[in-house]
Structures are given as C-alpha cells and as structure tokens.
Design a protein around this ligand. Structure first.
Ligand code: 5CU
Length: 399
C-alpha cells in the first residue's frame, strides 16, 4: 500500500475563539486589546500582546488568520497544503491558575476536535483507496501549570486520546513549573506514550531579555534565537533526565528543527563524557537521542535542513554510551545519513505567524520552507515526498 503525495503542515497554529475571548477579557499580558492604527486615529486595530515587555505593542491579530477555520482552509488551498495538524499558539494555558487551566484545556480540546472534525474530507491518503481523511487534525492542550493536579493532567490525556481528530499535544517548556526534567512528570510521559500521542515541543519564553541588549531589534532576537535556545535547553534537560530511555516509544517533535540541538549534540556528548555522574544516568551516547526525536522542517534553508538530517542520520551510529567521535562519516556516507535522517523531518509553515508585509499571493514562510526542502543536497524525490507529507501521515497515524 503506497501513500499519495500529500503536503501536510505540522507546524500551524490557531487561537480558538474561546481562547481569543479569554485573552480579550484580560488587562495584562497575554491579552488582546484594541488601539487606533498609527496615523489613522479613527481606525481601530486589534493587537495581541504575548509578553508584557514585547516590542511595538505586540502584533496585529484578527479572525482572518488567527481563528477563522475558513481562512485557515483558504490559506491551505492557496499554498497547496492538503492537511494541517493544527495546534493552539503560545502561551497556551501557562498563565492560568490550575483549576482554570484544567477546565479551559478540556473545553478547548473539545473545540479543536469540532474545528477538525467539521473540516472537509480529503479522500483516502493511500493510492489503493481506503477510508477518507480530513483536511484538519489537531494537537490538544494539557493543563500543565504549577500546582496542577497530576490526576487532572492524566484525565485530559485520556480525553485527548478519545477525540478522534486529535493526534497529540502541543507543550511548552515549563511543565509543572519546574521544567520537563521534573520527576513528577513521569506518569504524564508514560500516559502520552501508552496512548501513542505525539508531543509537539514548542517555545514561548525565549531567554532572559537582558541578553538582547538595548538596541531596538524588534522581535528578531527573541524569535530567531531566543525561541530555538529555549527549546534546545528544554529538550536537553529532558534527555539528561533519562526520559527517552524510560519511555522508548515516546514521540516528541521539536519546533524550528530542534533549535541548536543538532549543532550542539557532539559538544553535549563530550561534556557528558567528562561528567561521570551525568553519564551514569544515560543508556546511550547523547548523539543517539537525536535519532529518537522528530523535527519540523521550519529552518528556511537547504543547508540547515541537510545538516539536521545528517546529524539525525548519524545518531544511529551512536547507540552505545561509549561510542566516540571516531565514527565520523566520510563525505560519501554523508548522503546516506541525510537519507536516513529525512525520515524524521516534517514540513511546517508556522502560520499565522510571519504574515507577509505587503499584499501577496503566497507567504514566504511557506515558499521558502518548501524551496529549502526541495533543494537539500542528497535528498531525492522519495525523501522530499516523505518530508512534505509521508512522514506526517505515518507519525500522526493518519494512514
Ligand atoms: O515562530 C513561531 O513558531 C512563533 C510562534 O509560535 N509564536 C509566536 O508568538 N511567534 C512565533
């Protein structure tokens, strides 16, 4: 049975109407507020302020891209995207007290199920026919905030597993307030693994704003560097806590191609080698864990995607803790590693973030990421089709 050639977007967000209403009722960030458009005092625009000290008073927000399903589908149609695996955008429920986070998580999961189940049918994803799939699938929310009751979190995992169009969860880096290496999260990983859900690990906080200096660089440093470094630290802490050893079937997909982890995994391995206490906690060499993860292909450049796929591909040569850098591949085997690594990378757009600055048919965040996938040295048609959609169909259990 072969799968049809489909374009599947695994990194695409929504603020569901219930969530947007919640933000609109708030007086402090995160919130949605109205203000006059600069230079046009009689015209009001809605702004989304995610963090209190965000530059330029946040960003414009509105139903046209953030919460209207028909607009999400129109965006997909315009860009040839067949299926989107939609997730709530940051900051999720992080800012809420535990009881509110719990009730809102359950309501938003039901809302997301309805958002997806009422989307059009696409037909069968396999060339030989079979049941039709939908245009939209979703990743639910867990009430992961400090003081959360573990049994409430576990019940929400059960709820998500019972909703047929939700295929996983989107998760920030805070966990129960102590990060993702918190031992108390172990039952959560276990339950997610048992139910075959995918965790999409996504940043929100970046790094402390003091490191960005005083020059007005807008959102550039927090988004380009802060976000990926936050993800890098969170997933590294999770690896060092042995979570991937304890839950060998846990599926974690990293936003923004894994941030800096692919580039730093050998340095990480060397630092662990020199620290017997940390080394004794892990079953494998640190590079090995790259090959246990999935990576969105939201890196905007073919060289970066090629590099990430090589690093993932190489990880299988490091399946014992004493493996050393002597296993450096030759240029000839580099191509093979890239092919191997491509099976863990998945197309994404980051919609509705990064909207075009002037009216245009296509968004650069789509065209650049697609062009990059198509230009990776060492990837042929098979790898490109897999990264564009085949991997997503498999990993999110859509076939
Ligand atoms: O790059 C991204 O993924 C995002 C995101 O998800 N949220 C946001 O506020 N800006 C950029």
């Amino acid at each position: 049975m072969s799968t049809r050639k489909l374009l599947v977007d695994v990194h695409t967000h929504v603020y569901l109407p219930r969530y947007a209403a919640y933000l609109r009722a708030r007086a402090v960030a995160p919130r949605i507020f109205s203000r006059p458009v600069p230079g046009e005092p009689d015209v009001e625009e809605d702004r989304l302020l995610i963090l209190e000290n965000e530059p330029s008073g946040g960003r414009p927000v509105g139903p046209q891209v953030y919460w209207d399903k028909s607009q999400k589908l129109a965006f997909m149609n315009r860009h040839g995207i067949d299926v989107s695996v939609v997730s709530s955008a940051n900051p999720w429920l992080d800012f809420l007290p535990a009881s509110e986070a719990n009730s809102l998580a359950k309501e938003l999961n039901e809302d997301l199920e309805e958002f997806c189940s009422s989307s059009p049918d696409l037909g069968s994803p396999t060339s030989g026919g079979g049941p039709s799939i939908k245009r939209l699938y979703g990743l639910g929310l867990l009430p992961l905030v400090s003081e959360a009751s573990l049994s409430d979190v576990l019940k929400v995992i059960t709820q998500i597993s019972s909703l047929p169009h939700l295929k996983g969860v989107i998760m920030g880096t805070q966990g129960l307030g102590r990060g993702l290496d918190d031992e108390e999260l172990e039952p959560v990983w276990g339950e997610i693994e048992r139910n075959g859900l995918v965790v999409f690990l996504h940043p929100h906080y970046g790094v402390p704003s003091s490191v960005y200096g005083g020059r007005a660089n807008g959102h550039v440093l927090p988004l380009a560097l802060g976000f990926p470094f936050e993800t890098t630290i969170a997933i590294t802490r999770l690896i060092l806590a042995g979570v991937l050893d304890k839950f060998p079937s846990l599926k974690i997909m990293l936003a923004h191609s894994g941030g800096a982890l692919p580039a730093l995994s050998s340095r990480l391995a060397s630092c662990i080698d020199h620290d017997p206490v940390v080394a004794s906690r892990l079953k494998h060499n640190a590079r090995y864990y790259l090959g246990r993860l999935y990576f969105d292909a939201v890196a905007y450049g073919p060289e970066e995607l090629g590099f990430v796929s090589s690093a993932i591909g190489r990880s299988s040569t490091y399946d014992d803790p004493s493996a050393s850098a002597s296993a450096i591949p030759s240029l000839e085997s580099e191509g093979k590693l890239r092919v191997l690594g491509s099976s863990r990378m998945l197309f994404g757009t980051d919609h509705p973030f990064f909207p075009p600055l002037k009216a245009t048919d296509k968004w650069k965040s789509v065209t650049e990421n697609l062009a990059a996938i198509n230009a990776v040295a060492g990837w042929g048609d098979e790898e490109i089709e897999a990264v564009c959609g085949g991997n997503a169909l498999r990993i999110f259990d859509l076939v």
